[in-house]
Design a protein around this ligand. Structure first.
Ligand SMILES: CC(C)(COP(=O)(O)OP(=O)(O)OC[C@H]1O[C@@H](n2cnc3c(N)ncnc32)[C@H](O)[C@@H]1OP(=O)(O)O)[C@@H](O)C(=O)NCCC(=O)NCCS
Length: 185
């Protein structure tokens, strides 16, 4: 039998206390579109606000292709009791050769900011990364000015390691990225 490393097969439904993580699926497109059409949610992200539902389908397709090649996984975050769509989270760039590291990413709908949602979800992502994926290093890239995201990572044991200058190009310009890392549970 072929063994995939990392093994991202199976249903990958993850319990995060009051929240549940499920791999993004076509049925999420409408809620994902409404979520990522919000200019405030995408202000510090590497994508422009979505314009049309096809943009959401394209993200879901990207996530599913990434997972199929073991490159990462993107979940919807839903409140367990109500099923409400809260946002998304996942691993974007899993590197397994000559290292074991993964980049975490997350975005919550504006109505959920400042309520401690990530206080429940981020430790779940961290455990998934270190235990299930047996990574050595977790990292996160944050656009300068995204103070909420910096506070979140610092509260959860990520060290601010430096600034990657002119690291990415989106929304018609280059952007620096602050790199955060955590190397054990
Ligand atoms: C980044 C982002 C996830 C941070 O969200 P957040 O709500 O600040 O993070 P948490 O869910 O951990 O909530 C913590 C905040 O809620 C408050 N809070 C309220 N109740 C809480 C509880 N029960 N437990 C913990 N914190 C609680 C905390 O005081 C804290 O606020 P503070 O940072 O002003 O002190 C959110 O701003 C977001 O989705 N932004 C848009 C997308 C984005 O930029 N993603 C990151 C790309 S790198």
């Amino acid at each position: 039998m072929i063994s995939l490393d990392p093994d991202l097969r199976g249903d990958l439904i993850v319990d995060a206390g009051n929240f549940e993580l499920r791999p993004l699926a076509p049925a999420d497109a409408g809620e994902l579109f409404a979520h990522l059409a919000d200019v405030e949610v995408t202000a510090f992200m590497d994508i422009p606000p979505l314009n049309e539902i096809e943009d959401a389908h394209a993200i879901i397709e990207w996530a599913s292709s990434l997972r199929a090649v073991g490159g990462g996984v993107r979940w919807s975050i839903r409140e367990r009791t109500t099923g409400a769509f809260v946002g998304t989270a996942g691993f974007n760039a899993l590197i397994i050769e000559r290292g074991r590291r993964g980049e975490i990413a997350y975005d919550l709908g504006r109505a959920w900011w400042g309520r401690g949602v990530m206080a429940g979800v981020l430790p779940t992502l961290v455990s998934f990364g270190f235990e299930r994926l047996t990574l050595r290093r977790l990292e996160a890239l944050v656009t300068p000015g995204n103070d909420r995201s910096c506070r979140l990572l610092e509260r959860h044991g990520f060290a601010r390691e430096g600034v990657l200058r002119e690291y990415g190009f989106w929304k018609d310009r280059y952007w620096d990225q602050i790199v955060y890392g955590r190397i054990s549970l």
